[in-house]
Design a protein around this ligand. Structure first.
Ligand code: XLF
Length: 329
């Protein structure tokens, strides 16, 4: 192994030695404390020569503010979460906060691992999404805000009104004359998609529409093999399908086109998200909009306000879903 490639950061001791002063003098210089002009000059020269970058954690010990946010994102191969993460980062950066991105992959061990890591980094606060570790966030002393899952009364959360979203999709399919419906739902651990399923089912019950539900155990991706569950469905008995998110709907669409089922003539299909993938499918995917920019700004504003004021009492926000009708339904 090439040892010269190992991280080997210059620290204050190196700077002090080169400048011929004490570590305390270097620290005073970095933090604007009293120091003679000669000592200041030699410290600055030593910093320049050694390329010394002060350690963010150490800086935080003095300032009591680290200006860093942890962001837990469940699935970065899902374009909805990619857009959400980059919008959060961009907005937080503009407000002077750096973002540590942690990808949980909806895996409890990874999420716990990153929770520990972020605690070690002493982040100022955390934005979590689709979490499966609620108790850990409740116990965390730093401010936490959540996308999608309610953690406790004290934790601000932003979510779509997912129940209403599911209801609206069933209604749109019904009004378009579709009466044999299928819902492809997310795994039980996704609270948002459970709500979408309930809204969809309640509308169907209320209007005596025949419907079936199957659940998948993860977000699908168009690069994936078609899961056998799609091959087991008797597609001829349905004329409308609601898939729990856009990325999975895109895979279902490519499967249907592969087995010569025409969309929307024989099968209407709806996704959920309005991520860019919904505009790239052929035909373009009808969906339910999750306004990424609004969600990102609400989360970052709430978190930074808690960091700065210590006040964690905010009413959580439920965003009203909007149907986006394109060509697939
Ligand atoms: O957790 C839900 C399921 O997938 C999330 O809002 C999403 O719709 C993102 O694609």
């Amino acid at each position: 192994m090439d040892k010269s490639k190992q991280a080997n950061y210059v620290n204050m001791r190196h700077v002090a030695k080169l400048a011929g002063v004490s570590v305390a003098t270097v620290s005073r210089c970095l933090n604007g404390g009293p120091i003679s002009p000669e000592a200041k000059l030699s410290v600055e020269e030593a910093i320049h020569k050694t390329d010394y970058v002060s350690n963010a954690c150490a800086r935080g010990v003095f300032s009591k503010e680290y200006k860093t946010i942890g962001l837990m994102v469940s699935n970065m191969s899902n374009p909805f979460f990619t857009e959400l993460a980059s919008t959060i980062e961009n907005y937080a950066y503009g407000l002077g906060y750096a973002v540590y991105l942690c990808i949980t992959n909806d895996d409890i061990h990874r999420e716990l691992y990153y929770i520990d890591l972020l605690k070690g980094f002493r982040v100022d606060g955390v934005i979590t999404s689709r979490t499966i570790c609620k108790n850990e966030y409740m116990r965390w002393s730093a401010p936490v805000v959540s996308f999608e899952n309610e953690i406790s009364e004290d934790v601000f959360s932003v979510s779509m009104d997912n129940y209403l979203g599911g209801w609206k999709v069933a209604e749109a399919l019904h009004k378009a004359g579709r009466s044999n419906l299928l819902h492809i739902s997310g795994p039980e651990i996704f609270e948002a998609t459970n709500e979408r399923r309930k809204g969809f089912a309640d509308y169907c019950h209320k209007h005596n529409l025949s419907f079936d539900v199957i659940s998948l155990n993860h977000d699908l991706h168009p690069d994936e093999e078609f899961p056998t569950v799609l091959e087991q469905i008797d597609w001829n008995s349905y004329d409308g399908v609601f898939v729990f998110n856009d990325i999975t709907a895109a895979l279902v669409m490519s499967y249907l086109l592969n087995v010569n089922i025409s969309i929307p003539q024989e099968m209407s299909i709806f996704g959920f998200d309005d991520s860019y993938v919904s505009r790239l499918t052929t035909p373009k995917l009808s969906t339910v909009r999750q306004p990424v920019k609004k969600i990102a700004h609400l989360l970052v504003d709430a978190l930074i306000s808690q960091i700065q004021t210590g006040n964690s009492k905010h009413d959580s926000v439920y965003i009203e879903p909007e149907l986006i009708i394109r060509d697939s339904a």
